[in-house]
Design a protein around this ligand. Structure first.
Ligand SMILES: [Zn+2]
Length: 407
């Protein structure tokens, strides 16, 4: 993968090559970015950059071409802003088969009785990062059919890492380990401390994490931090149009809801025809007006949708509420009017109706409940019970302000 293949993140795309070419690179880097920001693609592009032959020639100050008039050869290092993509090292790195770029990621036991190792799944891994570089751990575990098993980076995997990184590099100057989600390292991660602290020469650790607080402190403190920020709406919109052939109006609407998360945006596009608003209207009407039978029916339907869609629905509702809160807080302020303008027509009407239905405090209480529900869905809660409970909570939050929501 090249830097140019990555959505947004222009600042990091500029800084990372400089970091290496100006020899300011620590031997352990932590790419820290939430789901959908592209931390993993950046790490993949960076590892390709580090092994690229063109880049390394430039670093050694080798002239790119002989001068026609016999001038003194150019000796200053030639700085590149991306890997060349065509040298043998790039070709291997792009196919994720470069012998000096190793990968570790959470896995589950493949053969009963043997400790799970990342290499057990290397074929699946290559396919996964080729097809879904913006995927999250849930997508990955689904991809390898781990069902509901919890992924792990095990003690045996740590031993394997130590063994691999103590070998001489095969083709490149550097040996690189890309570890995706060090959050899945338990205390066995401490085995790696010595290696991270005093690594063999030309060893580069690239850890890619989403959640700083779940990483062993001892590892965290030994890494140079590379913060990967949320994407801008415009970057997502543009990427959906150019990379995903999403029609412009859909791209715009989805970018607005996806909150800087490109994975989420692609999921939303896939389900853009889901009529979340109709689903939401039915729910609110069942809660406020049509009563228990309609509620049970709605909960049944929702619980059949599956985790991803349930999360999307909650996120959609949450987004609408947040917009509604902002709209009522901003009132006639130009910013409020601009926000109204930026919402699609249907969402705008609905947000305004929500504002008539409930006050800001109630909206905020609902937002908290929706966040909690998403959290539990992610952790495999029984969705029927969860949406039933949520329905009752909604009722209690909004019962004193009844408005019938119509089409
Ligand atoms: Zn190259």
């Amino acid at each position: 993968m090249k830097f140019k293949d990555i959505v947004g993140q222009d600042l990091l795309k500029k800084e990372l090559p400089e970091l290496m070419q100006e020899n300011r690179l620590a031997h352990a880097l932590l790419f820290l970015g939430k789901e959908g920001t592209g931390a993993l693609p950046l790490a993949l592009a960076f590892s390709q950059f580090v092994v690229c032959e063109k880049v390394n020639q430039g670093r050694a100050g080798v002239p790119a071409a002989a001068s026609l008039f016999g001038d003194a050869p150019e000796t200053a290092p030639i700085k590149l802003s991306d890997s060349c993509g065509v040298c043998p090292a790039c070709t291997k790195a792009a196919a994720y088969v470069h012998p000096d770029i190793h990968f570790s990621y959470p896995v589950v036991t493949k053969k009963a009785g043997s400790a799970p190792l990342s290499t057990d799944y290397i074929t699946e891994w290559r396919e996964f990062i080729r097809s879904y570089p913006y995927g999250n751990v849930y997508d990955w575990l689904q991809f390898i059919n781990a069902e509901n098993k919890q992924g792990n980076i095990t003690a045996s995997e740590c031993n394997e890492i130590i063994r691999k990184l103590n070998l001489k590099s095969f083709e490149s100057e550097y040996k690189i380990l890309v570890m995706w989600l060090p959050e899945y390292l338990g205390n066995e991660g401490n085995k790696l401390l010595k290696l991270i602290e005093e690594p063999p020469p030309n060893t580069l650790f690239i850890l890619v994490a989403e959640n700083e607080s779940m990483i062993l402190q001892t590892i965290l403190s030994r890494c140079q931090l590379v913060k990967v920020p949320w994407l801008e709406n415009a970057e997502i919109e543009n990427a959906l149009i150019t990379r995903n052939n999403t029609p412009a109006p859909t791209a715009r609407q989805v970018a607005g809801v996806s909150e800087g998360n490109y994975r989420e945006a692609m999921q939303q596009v896939q389900h853009a025809d889901e009529d979340w608003q109709a689903m939401l209207r039915d729910w609110l009407n069942a809660v406020m007006k049509t009563g228990p039978v309609a509620q049970v029916k709605w909960v049944d339907e929702m619980s059949k949708l599956g985790r991803e869609k349930q999360k999307q629905f909650l996120r959609y509702f949450n987004h609408l509420l947040e917009q509604a809160v902002r709209i009522s807080a901003l009132g006639d302020h130009p910013q409020g009017l601009a926000l109204l303008e930026s919402l699609g027509e249907k969402d705008r009407d609905f947000a305004l109706r929500l504002n008539r239905l409930v006050g800001i405090e109630q909206q905020q209480a609902i937002i908290t409940e929706l966040d909690n529900a998403s959290y539990y869905i992610e952790r495999n809660a029984n969705s029927k019970m969860l949406f039933q409970a949520l329905t009752i909570k909604l009722y209690h939050i909004i019962q004193d302000k009844i408005v019938f929501l119509t089409d």
